[in-house]
Design a protein around this ligand. Sequence first.
Ligand code: B4P
Length: 193
Amino acid sequence: ESHHKIITVPVVWVLGGPGCGKGTQCNMIKKKYGFVHMSSGDLLRAEAATGSERGKYIEVFVLKGELVPTPIVLKLLREAIDQFDDPKGFLIDGYPRQYEQGVLFERDVHKVNMVLYFEASDEVLTDRMLTRGQLTGRADDNIDAIKVRLQLFHEYEQAITDNYADRIKRVSAEQSPDDIFAEVVQHMDELMQ
Ligand code: B4P
């Protein structure tokens, strides 16, 4: 649509199972490369925290670990993207969760240039989320919601990895943040050449 910003910089999707460390890596990428970091989860939690009608509706899905309806997530992302002038690029963290979300993004927002895909076992993911739940009290980091989040992740991951195989860079997320970042840097440098 014509009132939206036209994106002329690279767009990177940052994906992986719940708790894989996307947020940590995005912060490191943002610092080094000057990209804007946009987390679908953060946007949804921020909207929920406003207590608006839309926020209350969103919160029901997030607390259960279920997917929020795509039009809402895409609209929040689009609104956030439109607020930025000339960053070096966009990191879209936690979106798409389903192949169809990716299709809509590429149709309505921008083609994706690279997909960073963080891999870790369900055991590692579960441990990280439970730890974070204890440390921060994040409401969806409890065992019931975690099970739903993992189940939905596995249900949809194959369609995403199949359809974006040409742009996916897989990174093992079972290492320390610095070791993961060393691999990420190689992919980012290649993209920015
Ligand atoms: P998200 O906020 O995306 O939640 P997440 O997948 O658990 O990832 P998060 O970013 O929080 O964790 P991260 O891996 O960075 O989504 C939450 C909910 O929002 C979803 O369940 C859904 O309801 C909704 N939602 C979001 N996007 C949606 C979409 N596109 N469509 C529909 N609904 C959507 O980090 C995990 C933890 O690991 C951190 O505590 C970190 O400190 C730690 N960690 C990081 N790196 C580590 C390392 N190397 N070693 C050890 N620990 C590490």
